[in-house]
Design a protein around this ligand. Sequence first.
Ligand code: IMP
Ligand code: MG
Length: 184
Amino acid sequence: MRNWEKGIMKKIITEEELKKRIKELGEQITKDYKEDAADLVVVGILKGSIMFMADLIREIKLPLIIDFMEVSSYGDEFTSSGDIKIIKDLDYSVRNKNVLIVEDIIDSGLTLKKVLQLIGKRGPKNVILCTLLDKPENRKVDVDIQYTGFTIPNEFVLGYGLDFKQEYRNIPYIGVMDLEEYEK
Ligand code: IMP
Ligand code: MG
């Protein structure tokens, strides 16, 4: 078998740091929505958000339902074009609900801007965005992010749900890819 960590140059966020920060985010979200009477729908954007979603919802001590959306952006593994196609839509209505969108990373912002527009048209009470990682240096459009786990420099990261050519999602920490090392 190939080495499952092939090409990973360095670990930038450890499992302990992820756990600690996600607990804080969950506590903050719990506090912010405790007094809100509207139902909470937590929407994970597939596939990158799976680990973050699973850990985050366990730290939100409120009644909630989960749903998922999968979109594809036309681009290569490094860039997205902002043209998105819905691969899997939500199963439930978000009308009059508080929608918390959970994303792995916001880079150019193009994907999330489209997702926010789509969901916004369906009559939710409120749409809130929570991203594990934010790479603001590469932003092309403004996106309002209410909750951010970590702000990181403009490097290609993977692990903890984030992929490189669909692999590496099972790496339990966030790492940075060294492409030269990967190609060897
Ligand atoms: P955006 O539309 O440029 O904000 O891209 C967002 C999507 O691109 C994310 O949901 C990821 O799937 C992917 N992406 C952006 N940067 C990275 C990265 O550093 N590693 C892995 N995937 C990334
Ligand atoms: Mg993604």
